[in-house]
Design a protein around this ligand. Structure first.
Ligand code: DGL
Length: 272
């Protein structure tokens, strides 16, 4: 048995391309459809009701394209995974984040930087508490970092103050030497973070999320049998500047993709 349907990935914008990069590297024969809802970014500053509405639209769009599973390459949406509706398996990055932390330590305090909504929902804390009481997250919501990465990626220097504002408050808490990147935009500037904080171990959960995806597809049984390289198609919402962000970030990440296409999601809005 095998499954030739494409894999879906979604985020509010370009952030989830960091997860796409790992997916393409670990599953090179899979066809992948990526949706970045840039028109509605930042999800992290929206109400839970709004985030759930956008997430349901994103999921419905990818399902309409016939995907076999959807990787929620967005921590903000994953923090509300129990409230969204899907017909195909969803792979949450919050689960992957907890697993990635436990792979690197089994006790103590770990910093979590994430969007305002992800921190507000406390899903990371709840998931971790269900796994162990020995690891505690010290979380910090970063209102501007994802947007700043989106807008200023060509000027890394301009991003330093946003990175420092996100990480410094956590480091002031005693004994923290590990920080989980709880927003998929942040790995785009992981190297800058590491040069600013060489003593801190910065954890990107993307690879763990791809392993979770493979498990949710039942390993080889759910994979595409083709021997050739998979096709990678990127969809974005929004305007020409959103398209440019996709081109720029895909270049920076050296991401192989075959197509970049504009879409609108209104047809996927559900009646209340
Ligand atoms: N990349 C998204 C995440 O992982 C958040 C960015 C946003 O606020 O839209 O949470």
């Amino acid at each position: 048995m095998s499954d030739a349907r494409p894999i879906g990935l979604m985020d509010s914008g370009v952030g989830g391309l960091t997860v796409l990069k790992e997916t393409a590297a670990l599953l090179p024969n899979e066809d992948i459809l990526y949706l970045g809802d840039s028109a509605n970014m930042p999800y992290g500053e929206k109400t839970n009701e709004e985030i759930i509405k956008f997430a349901n639209q994103d999921i419905a769009f990818l399902e309409s394209k016939g995907v076999k599973a959807i990787v929620l390459a967005c921590n903000t949406v994953s923090s509300l995974v129990d409230h969204v509706t899907a017909r195909v398996p969803l792979v949450s990055i919050v689960d992957a984040g907890c697993a990635a932390v436990l792979e690197s330590c089994n006790k103590g305090k770990v910093g979590l930087i994430a969007t305002t909504a992800t921190v507000r929902n406390r899903t990371y804390e709840k998931k971790m508490a269900a796994l162990t009481s020995d690891v505690q997250f010290i979380s910090h919501g970063t209102k501007h970092l994802a947007q700043a990465i989106n807008d200023n990626i060509e000027e890394k220097k301009a991003l330093v103050k946003y990175i420092v504002n996100a990480i410094d408050p956590i480091l002031r808490q005693h004994g923290i030497s590990k920080i989980l990147l709880g927003c998929t935009h942040y790995p785009i500037v992981k190297e800058t973070m590491e040069s600013l904080y060489p003593m801190v171990h910065i954890i990107n959960p993307a690879e763990m999320q791809v392993k979770d995806l493979i498990r949710s597809l039942n390993g080889a049984e759910g994979l595409n049998p083709q021997k050739t390289k998979g096709n990678i198609k990127l969809y974005f919402t929004g305007d020409a500047s959103n398209r440019q962000s996709f081109v720029d970030i895909a270049n920076i990440l050296e991401l192989p993709y075959n197509e970049l296409k504009h879409v609108t999601l209104d047809a996927f809005e559900k009646e209340e």
